[in-house]
Design a binder for this molecule. Structure first.
Ligand code: PFF
Length: 453
């Protein structure tokens, strides 16, 4: 039975530490790199609206469920699921939810590290003044000069993965918890500053129209799937990362409260990133649907022209790297805890082994921007396929299973107990969302994107 009150792997110092760590996991490349470019590719307003609805009606309820499972099980996601299934009289196969999460974590980290490597490379470029005086073509060339060179990409990918492994090996508390608590607020300040610049120098009103005036004719079934997938990706849901962080959460902290704080912070950062980027895109005649290179082409234009751009640009990419770093560690934490529980490896060797696997897989993404850029399957490159499979399929599937388990397998009394919510209207609303609404929405969106309904 789930009587353990702390995890053998550790515990956060308190509520605030959890909020910081979970926000660190949630806020990352997904908000600043991915959200703007998929919004650009999928036509803007209507996509943003679906994304916001997914966060509110699917993401937040599932995040509460995932934290709840983690805190009740207090082990790696696989063993937590096995334990809770036993407690509720469910099938031992629920363990597979944890297995799926570990696989998704490896796959996501493999490409995440390559993109974070771009951010690292751009710290150097910003600091050496490489953006000064560049025009549209200049920034495009600078970007293609990086991604077209697989050796450079491999180097930065290796460096980022090493940074991730070192922190995971040492345990999260001392190093990253402290760094993130300073850097995240700073990142926020710089983003606000960039939005200010975009208001002054960019085509702000067109950007606001683009992001917030829904044009439903641009919304395809696949765009809805991408918006839903992204709501899982950006909140780090459906793969055990939030579950493992929940397992370090002290008892008696209100899960609903911490979830709201994390989800709001995450959403605000994404919207600010969009508002910083699109005004520049429109003012400079750049392509909103430019794809994964979008922020690496728009922001350098701004940094190259604004006063103090070298310092602000350098700081920005340092912070982007930190945001990616605090997310990356949560991507392998489930695998590492599982290895510690089930193999003779201790934390350090487990972290190195997991990092090595993700690094190897990352080579596919490195090559998909250059040597393999013409090699496609289902019309997508290796990187695009990996991103599609994890974000749009594995994470929503993980979320769906979390809903089913929490709402249909666990005893209602245990759920109420763990959630620390009074048995009233708020609980009923949440229970309805995870029992009926969220699972149905995920299934409908899946079927719709396949053209089946
Ligand atoms: N939420 C992170 C981002 O938006 O960049 C990515 C991520 C981290 C996804 C951890 C999943 C995860 F488990």
């Amino acid at each position: 039975m789930a009587t353990q009150t702390t995890s053998i792997h550790g515990e956060w110092s308190g509520k605030l530490a959890f909020i910081l760590a979970a926000t660190g996991s949630a806020v990352g490349l997904g908000n600043i790199w991915k959200f703007p470019y998929i919004t650009g590719e999928n036509g803007g307003g209507a996509f943003v609206l679906v994304y916001l609805l997914c966060i509110a009606l699917i993401g937040i309820p599932i995040m509460m469920a995932e934290i709840l499972l983690g805190r009740r099980g207090r082990q790696s996601p696989m063993n937590t699921m096995a334990l809770l299934a036993r407690e509720a009289g469910g099938s031992p196969a629920w363990k597979l939810l944890g297995v799926m999460g570990v696989i998704a974590g490896f796959l996501i980290l493999s490409f995440y590290s390559v993109i974070a490597g771009w951010a690292l490379a751009y710290i150097e470029r910003a600091a050496t003044g490489a953006f000064t005086g560049l025009d549209k073509t200049g920034v495009e060339q600078l970007f293609s000069g990086l991604v077209g060179d697989w050796e450079k990409l491999l180097g930065w990918h290796t460096l980022f993965m090493a940074l991730t492994v070192v922190v995971v090996a040492r345990g999260v508390r001392k190093g990253l918890e402290r760094a993130v608590s300073i850097l995240m607020p700073l990142l926020f300040v710089i983003l606000v500053l960039l939005v200010g610049y975009a208001i002054a120098q960019g085509d702000f009103s067109r950007a606001v129209d683009f992001m917030f005036k829904p044009d439903f004719s641009k919304l395809s079934g696949e765009a809805i799937l991408i918006a839903m997938g992204h709501s899982f990706f950006t909140l780090s849901l459906g793969m055990g990362a939030i579950m493992i962080y929940g397992s370090y959460l002290p008892s008696h902290v209100s899960i609903g409260q911490v979830t709201l704080v994390v989800a709001i912070a995450d959403t605000v950062v994404a919207l600010l990133a969009g508002l910083a980027i699109f005004p520049i895109v429109f003012a400079q005649g750049l392509e909103a649907g430019a794809g994964p290179g979008l922020i690496f082409q728009t922001l350098p234009l701004a940094f190259g022209q604004m006063p103090g751009g070298v310092v602000i640009g350098t700081l920005f990419f340092i912070m982007l790297t930190f945001a990616a770093w605090s997310s990356a560690i949560s991507l392998i934490e489930p695998a590492v805890t599982w290895m510690v529980e089930r193999t003779p490896l201790e934390r350090t060797s487990a972290a190195f082994a997991a990092g090595f696997i993700a690094w190897l897989l990352g080579i596919g993404t490195v090559l998909s921007f250059n040597e393999w850029s013409d090699v496609t399957w289902l019309g997508r490159t290796f990187f695009d396929n990996l991103d599609f499979l994890t974000t749009n399929i594995l994470l929503p599937l993980g979320g769906l299973l979390i809903c089913i388990f929490t709402a249909w397998v666990m005893r209602r009394k245990d759920v109420l107990d763990e959630l620390e919510l009074p048995d009233g209207a708020l609980f009923e609303l949440w229970h309805f969302l995870i029992r009926f609404f969220a699972p149905a929405a995920v299934v409908v969106i899946f079927l719709n994107s396949m053209g089946l309904i």
